[in-house]
Design a protein around this ligand. Sequence first.
Ligand code: NDP
Length: 293
Amino acid sequence: MGAAVIDGKAFADTLRGKVGAAVAAFREQTGRAPGLAVVLVGEDPASQVYVRSKHKATVAAGMESFEHRLPATAAQDALIALVERLNADEAVDGILVQLPLPRHMDEKAVIAAIDPAKDVDGFHVINSGKLAVGEEALVPCTPLGCLMLLKDRLGDLSGLEAVVIGRSNIVGKPMAQLLLQESCTVTIAHSRTRDLSSVVRRGDIVVAAVGRPEMVKGDWLKPGATVIDVGINRVPGEEGKSRLVGDVDYAGAAAVAGAITPVPGGVGPMTIAVLLRNTLVAASRRAGLGAPE
Ligand code: NDP
């Protein structure tokens, strides 16, 4: 019997619908729409695609979308000045600076300039610190989306063994914090981990956020494990075309796992849906309203 497929696209569509309804209620209560400002520096093609889809999703949810573009040659001071203007702008509830930034800029300094209350990516150290100590924070979108899928599939996660592969500030570390908050026993694996396959075999839950195509094999998994594949890797496909694969060997893993997210259609659609939710949460807190569900 093969693994159940965790349909991230369907879950994300439902979440976007809920956010849209809550945005309508927010507009009734406050007389304005929540606003998300996205800043793109330079012309990186992948970033342009992400920014476009964020803009479309923001508008579709009934929110205000503000796009700001700076040339790749812009000075870091100019970017920080823009962030400070957005911090002070009452119509802006969320600020997202699309990463990566050009090499001459210091990402940490730019993120540090964002008002933590508007940091809908959840990358500011105030938000990562609050997440670590269990205070109300804005939580990075991708790991929060993974947690939603896990809770939807498994219900109570308490006591489960969770193995997170990857320790980036964007995915791996906040994922581990969220699972710890759910009372999982959490192992974080990374490039220096010894005997990775036997570490992964402990996991009732395995979250792969590595950036290496199909690295996690089916025979690494505990039978019945729930597998969340965060990886998005473009590899050569048939007839000179490329295709997307995750960090998990899907066919091999699906024969052993209890449930697994596909790539595409798993974690990817959750990221934007959670960004919309985070923007609504930031807007509701700024307006002194209770946080939406
Ligand atoms: P990073 O490159 O920042 O981090 C990768 C992590 O994987 C590092 O901690 C690294 O370890 C670890 N790693 C690398 N090689 C190995 C190995 N051989 N064995 C074990 N661990 C290893 O990537 P991100 O966290 O930003 O992203 C991870 C993946 O998720 C990428 O494919 C990215 O495209 C995807 N992604 C998808 C998103 C979505 O919306 N679905 C959003 C964000 C990312 P070390 O720290 O030791 O170097």
